[in-house]
Every structure is written in structure tokens, then in C-alpha cells.
Design a protein around this ligand. Structure first.
Ligand code: GSH
Length: 252
């Protein structure tokens, strides 16, 4: 089985897939796209992924897109070290949590990410170039135009932080309910992998909002202690490593 992963070091969605590949010890070739330079919008890449986003997995020529779909696919084609519970009810719970995660923390984390990390770069662009760049994005056109070159307003930022906070609270109650240490109990699942990058990102931005939630705090320590964590977050995967203005913000 040959895997080629089109992805970006700092991309939260890519980090989910790298974690599963590393945990399963599946060797893969990595094609690193520069998202700020627009590699994801080049016609050759759009043929693979018409959404113009990373990650995309090429498995022996079969093209699989969307990070949660890719992680489920990997668990199906390489079931050793499974991240999916056997019981159909638990599977359904895992998938419901993955939907919740995509809708809440994974979407919300884009607002602080863009405001704090990427905005300075967009502010240097001419209005014309910025609008052209935004309009070339199949999936994120409206998101970029709403952010504009002044950033999301405080109201949007507060709403995103509130959505993230509600996600941490949900994690805490899921862990309490399952008995932990993972969201669905004793075994780590794809739901834990799905939410991991949002927390790593907020920690990297110096804004961890879960420190009063002991079960989430322990969960965060546990996921960072997984053997797959380090190779997933290789050097250059954190925004604070890439953007000098963010250095020193990350919480230990
Ligand atoms: N639902 C998609 C979302 C992918 C996505 O938003 N990827 C971001 C990086 S995490 C991206 O490629 N952004 C490029 C852009 O906005 O132009 C998935 O999970 O794969």
C-alpha cells in the first residue's frame, strides 16, 4: 500500500491525518503545500481536490478527500490499531462527536487563527489582490471576504471563543460520562484525533480555555504523550514556529 499525503505542516485538518498515519505506522510520502502562496488553488491540485483545501490522500491512485473521511478510510484499509469502536452504538457516538467537532471547535478555531496569525500578511496585500485571492477559493470565499483586511470584528471573535469554550465543556462531560481518559472511554478513537488540532492550535496561540476543566486538561496531556504526536507535529507544524509575532505565546 502506497500513501501520498498532500497537506500542509500547520494545517489542523492535515494534522488529524498525519496522526492516524503515524499511529498506525503507515509509511507515507508527504507533499507539502504552501497555503499562503495558494498551492491548494492550482489547477493540478484542484483536479485532486475541487474544494481547494488540504488534506488529500492518494492511496495507490485512489483519491480520498476531507480529513474525517480520510481518517475513517485509513481505519478501514489498515484496521490494525483501530481508532473505531466495534460496537455500532459506540461507532455512532463517535461519528456524532466528529460531526459536532467539525461544526463547532474545528470551524471556530479558524477565526482566532486568521485574526492572530494570518491577518498581518493579508493586510500587506492590495485590496484588489486580496479580493482576487478570496474569490479564487472554492470553499472559503465568503469566510475570507467577511474577515477582510481588518480582521473579524470583536463580536465574531467572542462568538468563536464561546463556541470553543462550549466544545471544551462538551468534551469534559463526554469524558465524565464515558469514564475517560478519552472521549469515549478507555480507547482513543477518531473523535479524539478530530478535536486534537483545535486544542493544540489554541494552546499555540496562548489561549487555552480549558484549564479549569480537569478532565480536558488530563486529556490534553494524554494526547500529547501519544507516540504519534511528535512525528505529527514535526518542526514547523505550529504557527508560533512559523510566525515570529506569535513566538512565546504558546502555553507549556
Ligand atoms: N473539511 C475539510 C476542511 C479542510 C480545510 O479547511 N483545510 C484548510 C487547512 S486546515 C485549507 O486547506 N485551507 C486553505 C484555504 O483556506 O485556502 C477537511 O477536514 O479536510
Amino acid at each position: 500500500m502506497a500513501f501520498k499525503l498532500y497537506n500542509a505542516p500547520q494545517s489542523t485538518c492535515s494534522q488529524r491525518v498525519r496522526f492516524v498515519l503515524n499511529a498506525k505506522k503507515l509509511p507515507f510520502d508527504e507533499v507539502r503545500l504552501n497555503l499562503l502562496e495558494g498551492d491548494q488553488l492550482k489547477p493540478s491540485y484542484l483536479k485532486l481536490n475541487p474544494n481547494g483545501v488540504v488534506p488529500t490522500l492518494d492511496h495507490d491512485g485512489a483519491i480520498i478527500i476531507d480529513s474525517t473521511v480520510i481518517t475513517e478510510y485509513l481505519d478501514e484499509v489498515a484496521p490494525a490499531g483501530s481508532f473505531t469502536p466495534e460496537d455500532p452504538v459506540m461507532r455512532a457516538r463517535m461519528r456524532a462527536l466528529m460531526h459536532f467537532i467539525d461544526e463547532m471547535p474545528a470551524a471556530a478555531v479558524r477565526v482566532p487563527t486568521f485574526n492572530l496569525a494570518f491577518l498581518p500578511r493579508f493586510q500587506k496585500m492590495s485590496r484588489e489582490d486580496f479580493v482576487a485571492m478570496a474569490e479564487s477559493k472554492p470553499l472559503r470565499r465568503e469566510f475570507m471576504l467577511t474577515m477582510g483586511q481588518t480582521g473579524f470584528p470583536k463580536q465574531e471573535m467572542d462568538a468563536a471563543l464561546s463556541r470553543l469554550r462550549r466544545a471544551y465543556e462538551r468534551m469534559n462531560s463526554e469524558i465524565e460520562h464515558s469514564g475517560g481518559p478519552w472521549l469515549l472511554g478507555k480507547a482513543i478513537t477518531l473523535a479524539d484525533v478530530a478535536v486534537m488540532p483545535a486544542l493544540v492550535r489554541m494552546n499555540d496561540l496562548g489561549m487555552p480555555g480549558w484549564q479549569d476543566l480537569p478532565l480536558v486538561t488530563a486529556w490534553f496531556d494524554n494526547i500529547r504523550a501519544q507516540a504519534a504526536f511528535e512525528p505529527t507535529y514535526y518542526s514547523g507544524s505550529l504557527l508560533s514556529e512559523r510566525f515570529p509575532h506569535l513566538r512565546g505565546k504558546a502555553t507549556a
